[in-house]
Design a binder for this molecule. Structure first.
Ligand code: ATP
Ligand code: MG
Length: 244
């Protein structure tokens, strides 16, 4: 089953008299184990598309299905549950809480999941280990480099074992070396743990490292997926459906 399906999705914004078509009849699917970059110039609809994938906004027309469910049919409450069970989100500017340690930042999303404090710590430590930051668990964000902060943000997105991690320009605040190493880390998590990623980027240098690149131009999507068959990594995905 597709994790996410867009069927002829259009998103329009009304700004006073002016109507902007941010996405125009977009067909798109994400499968378990995918590693997808959304690219395109400023204003082409990347953020709009990520917001729709993450059910943070709704389509003007067309249908979006997540794990087979048409999201337009769900109540706000059902959408909240779907969001917390499905997605991990990495923000462009990390959005770490400055007064909390790396470990405490990574634990935050688990407060919604009714776990014991000990289990929360165990999971957060495992997540920090997955991004090679165990040594820095007690450090606050201002004691970490930009690249390390973004890795804490990746650990925080991973900690709920989401089906899909969404990231809007996750490398935008990083220098080239840190940006490349972040993409390498994401690829490693994709390959070794079957974590599915969809992220946007302007950065042409990153795209050659990505399995599947889709391009937006004025709200129209072109998808290179047909030419880029999935590798064995997609077969290695672990089932995370039991995570509450
Ligand atoms: N809340 C909104 N209200 C009105 N128009 C919007 C809104 N959000 C986005 N738009 C318009 O939709 C279009 C797509 O915007 P979007 O933010 O998705 O582009 P983007 O590809 O993410 O750009 P960037 O690379 O600059 O982040 C733009 O023309 C933008 O002005
Ligand atoms: Mg954007």
């Amino acid at each position: 089953m597709n994790l996410v399906e867009f069927e002829s999705v259009t998103k329009r914004y009304q700004l006073g008299e002016v109507q902007v078509t941010a996405l125009n009849s977009v067909d798109f699917t994400v499968q378990k184990g995918d590693f997808v970059a959304i690219t395109g110039p400023s204003g082409s609809g990347k953020t709009t598309m990520l917001n729709l994938i993450g059910c943070l906004d709704s389509a003007t027309s067309g249908e979006i299905r997540v794990a087979g469910q048409a999201v337009s049919q769900l109540s706000d409450r059902q959408l909240d549950t779907l969001r917390s069970r499905t997605y991990g989100i990495i923000f462009q500017n990390f959005n770490l809480v400055p007064v909390l340690s790396a470990l405490e930042n990574v634990m935050l999303p688990l407060y919604l999941h009714r776990l014991s404090k000990a289990e929360m710590r165990r999971r957060a430590q495992a997540s920090l280990a997955a991004v090679n930051l165990s040594r820095f668990a007690g450090f606050r964000p201002d004691q970490l480099s930009g690249g390390q902060r973004q890795r804490v943000a990746v650990a925080r997105a991973l900690v709920t074992e989401p089906k899909l991690i969404l990231a809007d320009e996750p490398t935008a605040s990083l220098d080239t070396a840190s940006a490349l190493s972040l993409v390498e880390l994401m690829k490693q998590l994709n390959r070794e743990q079957g974590v599915t990623f969809v992220f946007s980027t302007h950065d042409q240098r990153l795209l050659q490292h990505v399995k599947r690149v889709v391009e937006l131009r004025d709200g129209h999507l072109s998808d290179s997926a047909a030419e880029a068959p999935l590798t064995a990594a997609a077969e290695l995905t672990t089932d995370t459906s039991e995570v509450a």
